[in-house]
Design a protein around this ligand. Structure first.
Ligand code: MG
Length: 391
């Protein structure tokens, strides 16, 4: 069975009060979106991922999270249903079941996902829901007054969660109805309107939706309680500076009279960072994996070495939490290039640029670095096991 998971993260998500859309906010070392994506990426039945991002995410600094499954990124629409419709257009034609999950529910469990997939395959449409535990009142509003007009029997009330699962043809009908002008707050409502029975499966009270600042605070406490110690690694590199060589740092060519001398591009930032990641993972050092004698690495950008180090760490069960680099050189100043450098390193590692820091220092004229004869870099990386990081 082919199962596509659509992760709806296309909203502005600003009700929480932050300038950053909430799906990109940090939750115990990973963004809310990364956690939601990881829940489906790690699920054994999911075969494809589609992530809906806000329309301006081409300009914003967020990188899609790194995933094991093929992932497609689509742009969100004005309403949630427009976003899901855009995503549906990208669903593999061979998909049997399509799940729609709200990125703001990062604590969804594998059990809930499994139940949704099974029920959707069997019945055509099924959503996770939980029984209401509070008594539900229908009210009439008059100005600021609210008066109860009815107490609704609690056992008839369920609170909808996500994932919501559909056979492909059922979601196609729901999407078509939405495109014809029908408004709905979720895909289940469109499927109902299209004449399909939507079944409920047992959701999870822990599968909360993060909407307010209080929700985020509670979620962070919960995520922090599960955080475990990571592993740290350091790296150091130094190259001589000579006339007539380009100065390449973190893959960026910095305008400079002098450049670093070396067999490769002599990128001290990438070399120090590569060693930090390899060191944290206990995988040896840059010379062991990328020897000077191997012609493959001779003219390669050192970003490739960094990318390889991150994938070696991933293969060993780790992912990079964050990386911090200090570059020591007398001139030129690198501050105007730092954002570009961070972006390139983050892309090579497969993490968000917010997890990469680069700082420039001089050596105050002291020693070879201070005399401008060399450039040096120190790096530290923190890595975490993937199973810790994904939850
Ligand atoms: Mg080096």
């Amino acid at each position: 069975m082919q199962v596509t998971a659509i992760i709806a993260a296309g909203g502005a998500g600003v009700r929480i009060g932050a300038s950053t859309p909430k799906q990109f906010l940090d939750l115990g070392g990973k963004s809310i979106l990364e956690r939601s994506v990881a829940a489906f990426d790690d699920h054994p039945d999911v075969t494809e991922l589609i992530i809906v991002l806000p329309p301006d995410s081409g300009r914003n600094p967020y990188a899609p999270p790194s995933t094991r499954h093929p992932v497609r990124i689509v742009t969100g629409g004005r309403r949630r249903q427009d976003s899901v419709a855009n995503a549906f257009d990208a669903v593999d034609a061979a998909a049997d079941v399509v799940l729609v999950h709200d990125a703001a529910r990062p604590f969804v469990t594998a059990e809930v996902i499994t139940r949704t997939i099974r029920a959707a395959a069997e019945h055509g449409a099924a959503i996770a829901a939980i029984e209401a535990s509070d008594t539900i009142k229908r009210v009439r509003r008059t100005g600021s007054n609210k008066v109860i007009v009815e107490t609704i029997p609690r056992d008839t009330i369920y609170l909808a969660q996500t994932p919501q699962g559909f056979r492909r043809d059922v979601l196609a009908a729901a999407v078509a109805l939405g495109r014809s002008g029908v408004d709905a707050t979720d895909e289940a409502a469109l499927a109902e309107r299209a004449g399909h029975s939507v079944h409920l499966i047992e959701g999870d009270p822990g599968n909360v939706k993060i909407t307010t600042a209080d929700d985020l605070h509670a979620a962070r406490q919960r995520a922090g309680g599960r955080a475990r110690t990571g592993r740290a690694g350091t790296g150091y590199d130094l190259h001589r500076l000579v006339d007539g060589r380009p100065l390449i740092l973190a893959g960026v060519t910095i305008p400079s009279e002098r450049g670093a001398l070396g067999h490769s591009d002599a990128d001290v930032v990438c070399h120090a960072a590569t060693d930090a990641i390899l060191g944290a993972a206990g995988l040896g050092d840059i010379g062991r994996h990328f020897p000077d004698s191997d012609p493959r690495w001779k003219d390669a950008s050192s970003l490739v070495l960094l990318e390889q180090a991150a994938s070696l760490a991933r293969a060993a069960g780790y992912e990079v939490g964050n990386l911090d680099v200090t570059v020591i050189l007398e001139r030129p100043k690198i501050k105007d290039h730092v954002d570009d450098m961070r972006g390139r390193m983050a892309a090579a590692i497969g993490i968000d640029p917010s997890r990469v820091s680069i700082k420039g220092k001089t050596n105050e004229g002291v020693d070879a670095v201070g005399r401008g004869e060399a450039i040096a870099a120190h790096a530290i990386a923190l890595i975490r096991s993937r199973s810790d990081a994904s939850r």
